[in-house]
Design a protein around this ligand. Structure first.
Ligand code: NAP
Length: 191
């Protein structure tokens, strides 16, 4: 499961659990992005903070784990590099899935080596309520056999909203796990 996780919230956790069940996965590995090269318009929280919040949020689930793969890799984050490393590590017999947001999936054809990326894993594109599914279906990635869409009502929660709430002093309890809320307060994030 790839994402910036700035911060991780219950929508991400429900998405991961839903994909685990629906696609009969063995485990879900959360991979916080290192340097999101397409996000030069805003400040992204340091990778170490995003990694630690992801560890805190997933710690109680026995089939969730967190990988430092992308945050320890120097330079811009490319999903192709990540999937190739996972493929080498897991061996040819392992089927890989890449869970992420639908908007991110739509952008695949603007990523580095899109056809190769789509050949390395089955993509699960999570949509939030109100998402314009017709727009998704009109785009080429949605018709690729290696792309599935999963609608996730809990994705009404968004990282952007959580960051804005913290900045304005509004509550985030029940939107993010308690430990993540404590971490945000302690590290003074999003002020
Ligand atoms: P983003 O543009 O910040 O997010 C796009 C949308 O998807 C947002 O609504 C976001 O909501 C949602 N989203 C992101 N991750 C999600 C997840 N795991 N589950 C459910 N919804 C999710 O996307 P991003 O975080 O930068 O990138 C997502 C993944 O695509 C990362 O793994 C990234 O490395 C990869 N990516 C790769 C390339 C490449 O060139 N290879 C380029 C771009 C992205 P929230 O803000 O609430 O999470």
């Amino acid at each position: 499961m790839g994402g910036t996780f700035d911060p991780i919230h219950y929508g991400h956790l429900v998405t991961a659990e839903g994909a685990f069940w629906q696609f009969e996965l063995d485990e879900v590995v959360f991979i916080p992005t290192g340097e999101p090269w397409m996000k030069e318009d805003r400040v992204v929280t340091p990778a170490e903070d995003r990694y630690l919040m992801t560890v805190i949020a997933t710690a109680s689930n026995p089939h969730f784990s967190v990988s430092r793969l992308e945050i320890d890799r120097a330079g811009p984050t490319y999903t192709r590099d990540t999937l190739e490393t996972l493929r080498q590590h897991e061996g040819e017999g392992t089927e890989l899935f890449f869970i992420t947001g639908a908007d991110a999936t739509l952008e695949i054809f603007h990523w580095k080596d899109p056809e190769e990326v789509l050949g390395l894993a089955h993509f699960i594109a999570a949509t939030r309520p109100g998402y314009d599914i017709a727009r998704f279906e009109a785009e080429a990635p949605s018709r690729h056999p290696n792309v599935s869409v999963m609608s996730v009502p809990a994705l009404a929660i968004s990282s952007t909203d959580v960051r804005e709430r913290v900045a304005e002093g509004r509550p985030v309890r029940y939107l993010v796990p308690e430990g993540v809320k404590t971490y945000i307060d302690k590290a003074g994030l999003y002020r």
